[in-house]
Write a protein that binds this ligand. Structure first.
Ligand code: SAM
Ligand code: SF4
Ligand code: F3S
Length: 474
């Protein structure tokens, strides 16, 4: 699931930075692009900067350290980065005034997937960048800032310093937390750059994961999302524990907690590795959320093969059937790509048919974007952009109709909602999700955030539901 995740904070102190010792305070600003893995990496960057004595700034102009934590899954994301860097270039004009005021120059860093992929080239193209940190080098931030403070040249670190410990992460949310269970991906889907930007799979141990979730539960978090590009291939190399086994252990560990983690979610699942055992655990374990994000990418077998996905439409539909037969009330979402090289009208029609047949609760759809270092880059991509756009619109219209109908079916039902925030529109309302991942808004105050409540659904919208609180559960 992809987003453009901006992060700004209301706090700002105008004081001198001294990155090495953390004695003096400074400010930082992080802009996050891309998926949940990047959001969590930004939380870790933020935690490291806070330990150095820095606090979040309200705008990039007010910050002493700026990080652009990038995504390169589509071409557009790269364009966005360089236009943002172009805008930040003018901050260099402030360096002289900062020096005269006894401050160090502002430090501009590029991190994340474009950083890993492009490395030095970023600094060659945009000289205002002071440092580049790859996806497995996030822990190098303090030493890189020190080196710059010592007067060293621009820094580029793309080596592997993987460290799963997130105990100093500055988490954005007080109700829901991300927990990384693995890094990288071994799959090489022909359209996807992630195995290049995130490297091959490395797994965290089961004990470490359970310890982190346990710690979050004790600290009052109510929901965790286990993160990995393909969580179904996770395994603990020393004990042989597999992903369904990990879910079972977490469910057992969390059982009986009355104010801790109530729901465990996980992202993302690859259909080729999704085992019947996982579905069984989802049906059996009370703490495992009843929602599956299962990217299908296309409904055409020919295209799925060209995408190197290793499953057929039939395999996928069988998983969906088993899932719905085993996990009562399960919510299902997906990712789809339109306009993959060589996609014919017939292939696209097969995708539309699949969407009708599966009846997804929600989905994310993308126009195919050619990426470097991917197999599909050499495929004949002759489909005119207007056809790709038209297909995307058609797909989204179909899904909008399906979603509106499915949302209407919730009206009159009472559902259990974990309240996680104020609603986006007004602070008179709060917002939360059902176990199946439906967003529900209703009138309520701050005290409800972090609480499980029963809500009767009175009305539905295109993307969310509205209701009235009936009772607090816990
Ligand atoms: N690991 C997940 C999986 O197995 O599907 C997905 C991770 S990927 C970062 C998120 C989504 O971005 C993919 O599911 C796919 O739909 C989309 N995506 C990846 N590469 C793309 C490309 N070159 N063009 C358009 N969309 C792309
Ligand atoms: Fe990309 Fe495929 Fe890996 Fe997902 S499974 S990250 S789509 S290569
Ligand atoms: Fe995520 Fe984008 Fe990287 S989707 S893994 S931030 S390429």
């Amino acid at each position: 699931m992809l987003e453009d995740n901006s992060r700004c904070s209301p706090q700002y102190t105008d004081s001198l930075p001294d990155f090495g010792t953390g004695k003096k305070r400074g400010t930082f600003w992080i802009h996050t692009y891309g998926c949940q893995m990047n959001v969590h990496d930004s939380e870790i960057y933020s935690g490291q900067l806070r330990r150095l004595g820095l606090v979040p700034a309200e705008t990039p102009e007010q910050a002493d350290v700026i990080l652009l934590n990038t995504c390169s899954v589509r071409e557009k994301a790269e364009e966005k980065l360089f236009s943002e860097l172009g805008r930040l270039r003018r901050l260099r004009e402030l360096d002289e005034a900062r020096r005269q005021a006894g401050k160090e120059p502002v430090r501009i860093g590029v991190t994340g997937c474009i950083a890993q992929q492009r490395g030095e080239q970023i600094i060659e193209r945009e000289s205002s960048v002071d440092f580049v940190l790859g996806t497995r080098a996030i822990r190098a931030l303090p030493s890189v800032l020190d080196a710059l403070a010592d007067g060293q040249e621009a820094q580029v670190v793309t080596e592997d310093f993987i460290d799963f410990d997130a105990s100093d992460a500055d988490r954005l949310d007080r109700v829901r937390a991300f927990v990384t269970i693995m890094e990288g991906c071994n799959n090489y889907c022909s359209f996807c750059i992630v195995p290049t930007t995130r490297g091959l799979e490395v797994y965290r141990t089961g004990d470490e994961i359970i310890d982190e979730v346990r710690g979050l539960s004790i600290r009052g978090y109510r929901e965790v999302t286990l993160l990995g590009q393909n969580v179904n291939s996770w395994t603990d190399k020393s004990t042989g524990l597999d992903f369904p086994g990990l879910l079972r252990r977490l469910d057992e560990e969390l059982a009986g907690d009355i104010a801790g983690v109530e729901r465990v979610r996980f992202l993302t699942s690859h259909p080729k590795d999704l085992s019947p055992a996982l579905i069984e655990e989802m049906g059996r374990c009370s703490k495992i959320a009843k929602h599956l994000h299962l990217p299908v990418q296309s409904g055409s077998d020919r295209i799925l093969q060209e995408m190197n996905r290793h499953y057929t439409r039939r395999d996928y539909l069988q998983i969906v059937e088993r899932l719905r037969g085993t996990v009562e009330g399960v919510g299902l979402s997906t990712d789809l790509i339109v306009g993959f090289p060589g996609e014919t009208d017939k292939d696209f029609e097969a995708t539309l048919e699949l969407i009708r047949e599966v009846d997804y609760d929600s989905f994310y759809s993308f126009e195919y974007s050619p990426r470097p270092d991917t197999a599909a880059l050499s495929y004949d991509d002759t489909l005119p952009p207007e056809i790709k756009r038209q297909r995307l619109v058609e797909l989204q219209e179909l899904q909008r109709d399906i979603q509106a109908r499915k949302n209407r079916e919730w009206e009159g039902q009472t559902v259990e909602v974990l309240v996680d925030s104020f609603s986006r529109k007004t602070r008179d309302d709060v917002s939360g999700r059902t176990s199946s991942n439906q967003i529900v808004n209703f009138t309520g105050d701050r005290k409800l955030i972090g609480i499980l409540v029963d809500v009767e659904i009175t009305r539905s919208g295109a993307h969310s539901l509205y209701g009235e609180i009936r009772s607090h559960s816990r």
